[in-house]
Design a protein around this ligand. Structure first.
Ligand code: ADP
Ligand code: MG
Length: 475
């Protein structure tokens, strides 16, 4: 280390410290290391490119003042970006970071070996703006608008998606939240919007990511101590698509970081697209402030497709696969598989496979066999939401009543039954059951299960409730 560099920088730091918020000082200045001082240019090492951008955007003035005080009008500042500190190679964006540095460096005609770990960015207070960071969008080209067939069940969501794609960030559909049950096309539609935006605005940075992966990246960033890099990475995106945000349930750290990213993007006119398997009102364990953000734009539901739409989805799929199939068979499949497009496609794929492996003709009987097996094998999974719904319906109350804090006996009993069945029919932990059924703790759930056990052996009426509900739930 260079002693003069260090002392010059220390003087700058004490000036800066007196002039900005302590938290900001801690975040943005403490991690900086002074490296050297040559030709009146002070080199400082920053942990990442985002860090550098952030300093440039928010602290360039104070840096200039501080440095000029120390070194006079000819002072220069050189950033050295430490590359080892960035993400591991699995992240979609890592490999891109060096190359974008390269562009930035090149554009200023500074010759730097590209495989050098420490990339220098010479920037004496001119804000160069490394704005064209290249980020892989992670979009699947097979999920486009062309093969996302329109029907009554998806008209609103599909058209809102098209509107957003025409003017990302420029409509009131921000965020656009697409919600609906499994296999109804949320992921497909989300990709389609991203792909259309990329077509129309190639210069925009679009990123598709599942909420699960986002959470994982966030956890990693906390472990590796580069939470700020994580945030800044997401803040430079123009169109952020997060799939299955219900996954954020109960994950307060991730919700918090997403909240900040969301606000930043929204304030800067960037587009956010979210999907969820529930409407915002039904989301559990998502902070209120985040839920209210979800509702700022448009929530559009994907419903189960009607018969005509199911037929056209099937025909379109067969056409794209180059397979011919008699009309009556297509209609038979469409008539019998109703709830979800993924199952619909699955049934038709098995039908094609069966007929070609066994060299059988595709007949209505073969279709019957397969549909029957299909419907049987995809017996629906019981969810805690579903249990609460069935129990509340049975006792003729709303789910919100069942979840409420009241001590009224019949409501307490209904709630205890819901907890008991959740334990019996799902793999959820006591804690998770408690948090989903009216935000109770695991001890309450345990107590509920014991109470239901006891009452069913002592109270005849109560035993009848348990039997009735068991039947309803194990259809
Ligand atoms: P989700 O994310 O809601 O669970 P997906 O987007 O994965 O559902 O859709 C399941 C399957 O159904 C995908 O293969 C998708 O292409 C297909 N699909 C859903 N809706 C449509 C539609 N309207 N037109 C064509 N294919 C659809
Ligand atoms: Mg999906």
């Amino acid at each position: 280390m260079n002693v003069t560099a260090q002392s010059v920088w220390n003087n700058c730091l004490s000036f800066i410290k007196d002039n900005i918020q302590p938290q900001a000082y801690k975040t943005w200045f403490e991690p900086i290391v002074a490296v050297k001082l040559t030709d009146n240019a002070l080199s400082i090492q920053v942990p990442s490119k985002f860090f550098y951008e952030w300093l440039e955007e928010h602290y360039v003035k104070i840096l200039k003042v501080a440095l000029t005080k120390e070194l006079g009008e000819t002072a220069k500042l050189v950033y050295v970006i430490k590359m080892e500190n960035t993400y591991g190679n699995k992240q979609p964006f890592t490999e891109k970071i060096p190359s974008s540095n390269r562009t930035a460096v090149k554009s200023q005609d500074v010759d730097i070996p590209l495989n050098n770990k420490n990339t220098e960015l010479k920037n004496p207070f001119v804000i160069p703006g490394i704005r064209n960071v290249k980020i892989e969008s992670q979009l699947n080209p097979n999920y486009n608008f062309e093969n996302f067939l329109e029907g009554d069940s998806n008209r609103l969501a599909r058209n809102a998606g098209l509107a957003v794609a025409n003017k990302p960030g420029g409509t009131s559909f921000n965020p656009l939240l697409i919600f609906g049950g499994v296999g109804l096309g949320k992921t497909h539609l989300a990709h389609a919007i991203g792909i259309d935006i990329k077509d129309k605005y190639p210069e925009k940075t679009v990123l598709y990511i599942s909420a699960e992966k986002f959470t994982q990246q966030y956890i990693d960033s906390v472990k590796k101590n580069n939470r700020n890099d994580f945030i800044h990475f997401y803040q430079i995106i123009d169109v952020l698509i997060i799939d299955d945000v219900q996954f954020f349930s109960g994950k307060s750290g991730t919700q918090d970081v997403f909240f900040h990213i969301f606000n930043h993007l929204h304030q800067n006119g960037k587009q956010v697209i979210l999907t969820s398997d529930k409407a915002p009102v039904d989301m559990q364990d998502i902070e209120q402030r985040l839920l209210s953000r979800f509702k700022w734009g448009l929530s559009a539901e994907l419903q189960s497709p009607d018969f005509e739409t199911r037929v056209s989805i099937l025909k379109n799929k067969l056409y794209r696969d180059g397979v011919e199939m008699p009309e009556e068979i297509i209609e038979y499949v469409a008539k019998n598989i109703k709830t979800n497009v993924r199952e619909l496609e699955g049934a038709i794929i098995s039908l094609i496979a069966q007929s070609s492996f066994n060299k059988k003709e595709i007949t209505i009987n073969l279709a019957k066999d397969i549909v029957e097996k299909f419907v049987k094998n995809t017996k629906r999974e019981v969810s805690i939401d579903y249990i609460q719904k069935v129990v509340s319906d049975y006792f003729q109350m709303d789910v919100s009543t069942l979840q409420s804090k009241t001590r009224k006996r019949h409501i307490v009993q209904a709630r205890q039954l819901a907890m008991f069945f959740a334990k019996k029919f799902t793999k959820a932990s006591l804690a998770s059951i408690g948090s989903q059924i009216g935000k109770r703790d695991h001890a309450t759930v345990l107590h509920a299960c014991k109470t239901v056990d006891n009452l069913s052996s002592t109270d005849k009426q109560f035993r009848k409730y348990v039997e009735d509900l068991s039947k309803k739930l194990s259809l």
